[in-house]
Design a protein around this ligand. Structure first.
Ligand code: ADP
Ligand code: MG
Length: 251
């Protein structure tokens, strides 16, 4: 028997997030309960402003919940001090957000190995081999020595994706990671994210507006007004489009 691994990679319990206060208060998340199964690819869908990005930020410890509790694996991050949270983020979590935040003075390889640098070490030979494989699979293998300004938007986005998964974090949060990619590149990125869950039992949470992208997921969670509006298993693009329509009609 293999050793037991946690079955829940992340959990939100009664999580609310309120921005501002008084008359200008905005409830971005409204008492969300959500468990993310380890080794799964979960897509998050929902209208603009429904709280998807806020949910990613709160799960990843980039923003704190106003109420409720967030756990990553066995760790309750709600009450972690900054140092412990930084270490957990650096070693266990990867993020791909809409802004790529590449370092302009570093090469592609320098940007992708930055997480190791920040952790005070260099990638070993096996890790470097993995990083090169990753760059190859993302179609940017021959761009290793280029600087971000020498890349297209789509190429920069793929560098950001490579950086987020270079350390093979247990849990990857990707907020519309294929927004700037053509359909072929976005299919490659989605295929890669799915392979991570299949081959390495990593857990991926992917925010997307694209029913085709979401159809690669094991589960699709629809957010509306900061709440879970629907929660379905693997579905076809057509089934997902129908759910989107039905939620728009109900709203
Ligand atoms: N930093 C912030 N300050 C104030 N309001 C915010 C902030 N971030 C998000 N919001 C508000 O919270 C709600 C949810 O936003 P967001 O999570 O970005 O939605 P989505 O990613 O689904 O488009 C929106 O009403 C948005 O305007
Ligand atoms: Mg968003």
């Amino acid at each position: 028997m293999s050793e037991p691994t946690p079955t829940v990679a992340a959990r939100a319990t009664g999580v609310s997030k309120v921005y501002g206060s008084g008359d200008s208060a905005t409830t971005a998340l409204d008492a969300i309960d959500l468990e993310i199964a380890a080794g799964s690819l979960t897509a998050i869908m929902g209208p603009s402003g429904s709280g998807k990005s806020t949910l990613m930020h709160v799960f990843a410890g980039l923003d704190s919940a106003t109420r409720g509790r967030v756990t990553i694996g066995e760790t309750d991050i709600t009450h972690l001090d900054d140092t412990a949270l930084t270490l957990l983020r650096r070693r266990s979590l990867g993020f791909v957000f809409q802004a790529f935040n590449l370092v302009p003075t570093l090469s592609v390889l320098g940007n992708v190995t930055l997480p190791f640098e920040l952790d005070g070490r260099r990638p070993d030979a096996a890790e470097l081999a993995w990083i090169r494989e990753l760059l190859g699979r993302l179609g940017i293998g021959m761009l290793e020595t280029r600087r971000p300004h020498e890349l297209s938007g789509g190429q920069q986005q793929r560098v950001a994706i490579a950086r987020a998964i270079a350390m093979r974090p247990q849990l990857v949060f990707a907020d519309e990671p294929t927004g700037n990619l053509d359909s072929r590149s976005s299919r490659e990125v989605l295929g890669l994210l799915r392979d991570l869950t299949r081959e390495y039992r990593q857990t991926v949470v992917l925010v997307t507006h694209d029913p085709v992208a979401a159809s690669h997921a094991d589960r699709v969670v629809f957010i509306a007004d900061g709440r879970v509006a629907r929660d379905v298993g693997a579905s076809s693009p057509k089934e997902l489009s129908d759910i989107i329509l039905s939620l728009e009609v109900a709203a």
